[in-house]
Design a protein around this ligand. Structure first.
Ligand code: NDP
Length: 286
C-alpha cells in the first residue's frame, strides 16, 4: 500500500471539538444550541444514524430532541410537527431522517423546514444559495469530503476532480463545492461513457455510487486523492465502500477508509451546522 489514509475519525473528533467550543461560547451567552431529529418509522439503518446524531450532540454540549413517529404517520402529521418545531425559538436545527415511508412526499417535507433551521442543507433555498456562492448551510457529507481533501494539504484549485454519482444529497453538491474551489469537475453517472478513463485522469476522485468495490485500482490515477462516500452492507454483514480499498490504496496518494472515513465526518459537520444555526438565529458571532 502506498496511499496515506485520511483518518475520518480523527478529523471528525477535531471538528466536533470545534463545535463543542462554539457550543460553550453560546452557552456562556445564555444560548443552548438545540437540534431536533425526527425519525419516522422503524428503518434499522435510520435508527442507527439517529442514535449516532443524538450521541454526537451529547458529546458537543448540544441539546437534542429525538422525536419518533410511527411508520403510519401521514404527511400532514409530519408537516404539523415540523411547523411546531419551526415556531419553537429554543430549537435551532430541524433534521428529518431520510428515507421516509412511501406515503410521505420527501420534497414537501424538506420544503417545510425553514432554511435557517435546515442544518442538513437540503432545502431549495440552501441549495440555491450554495449554487450561487452565498452563505448557507452546506450539506454535511459533501462539506465533510472537502474538509477531508483539504486535510491532506492538497490544493483543490486547478485540479481535475471527478465525482461518481449525481444524487441531490452527495454527488451534485460535492461537484458544486469542488467547482467553487476552482477544480475542473466532471460528474459521472450510470449513463457515462468511458467512466474508467475519466476516473483514471482524476487528481481528486469522489465515489458516491452505492456499489461495493465499484472503483478498481485501474480507475485511480497514481497519487490521486480518493474519497469513498459509499456505505454498503455486504453479505458478510460488514460495511464496504464504493472503492476497492486494497487495489486503490496501492495507487492513490491519499484515501479514505470505510468505515472510519466520510461517515464520521458527515456527523461532525452536522454538529458544526447546528452551532452555526444557533449563533445565526441569536445574532451572535462564534
Ligand atoms: P443514490 O443511489 O442516490 O445515487 C447513486 C449515484 O450513483 C447515481 O447518480 C447513479 O447514477 C450513480 N450510479 C449508480 N450506478 C452507477 C454505475 N454503474 N456507473 C456510474 N454511476 C452509477 O446514492 P447516494 O448519493 O444517496 O449515496 C451514494 C452512496 O453513499 C451510498 O452507498 C450511500 O449509502 C452512501 N452515503 C454515505 C454517506 C456518509 O455519510 N458516508 C451519506 C450519504 C450517502 P444515475 O443518477 O444515473 O442513476
Amino acid at each position: 500500500m502506498s496511499a496515506q489514509i485520511i483518518d475520518g475519525k480523527a478529523l471528525a473528533a477535531a471538528t466536533k471539538a470545534e463545535a463543542a467550543a462554539e457550543a460553550a461560547v453560546l452557552k456562556a451567552k445564555g444560548i443552548e444550541p438545540c437540534l431536533a431529529v425526527i425519525l419516522v418509522g422503524e428503518n434499522p439503518a435510520s435508527q442507527v444514524y439517529v442514535r449516532g446524531k443524538v450521541k454526537d450532540c451529547g458529546e458537543c454540549g448540544i441539546k437534542s430532541l429525538e422525536l419518533r413517529m410511527p411508520e403510519t404517520t401521514t404527511q400532514e402529521e409530519l408537516l404539523a410537527k415540523i411547523a411546531e418545531l419551526a415556531a419553537d425559538k429554543t430549537v435551532n436545527g430541524i433534521l428529518v431522517q431520510l428515507p421516509l415511508p412511501k406515503q410521505i412526499d420527501e420534497h414537501a417535507v424538506i420544503d417545510a423546514i425553514p432554511p435557517e433551521k435546515d442544518v442538513d442543507g437540503f432545502s431549495p433555498v440552501n441549495v440555491g444559495r450554495m449554487q450561487t456562492g452565498q452563505p448557507c448551510f452546506l450539506p454535511c457529507t459533501p462539506a465533510g469530503c472537502i474538509r477531508m481533501i483539504e486535510s491532506t494539504g492538497t490544493k483543490i484549485d486547478g485540479k481535475n476532480a471527478v465525482v461518481i454519482g449525481r444524487s441531490n444529497i452527495v454527488g451534485k453538491p460535492a461537484a458544486l463545492l469542488l467547482l467553487a474551489k476552482n477544480a475542473t469537475v466532471t460528474v459521472c453517472h450510470s449513463h457515462t461513457a468511458n467512466l474508467k478513463e475519466i476516473c483514471a485522469n482524476a487528481d481528486i476522485l469522489v465515489a458516491a455510487v452505492g456499489r461495493a468495490g465499484f472503483v478498481t485500482g485501474d480507475m485511480v490515477k497514481p497519487g490521486a486523492v480518493v474519497i469513498d462516500v459509499g456505505i454498503n452492507r455486504g453479505a458478510d454483514g460488514k460495511l464496504h465502500g464504493d472503492v476497492n480499498f486494497e487495489e486503490a490504496s496501492a495507487v492513490a496518494g491519499y484515501i479514505t477508509p470505510v468505515p472510519g472515513g466520510v461517515g464520521p465526518m458527515t456527523r461532525a459537520m452536522l454538529m458544526k451546522n447546528t452551532t452555526q444555526a444557533a449563533a445565526m438565529q441569536n445574532g451572535v458571532a462564534i
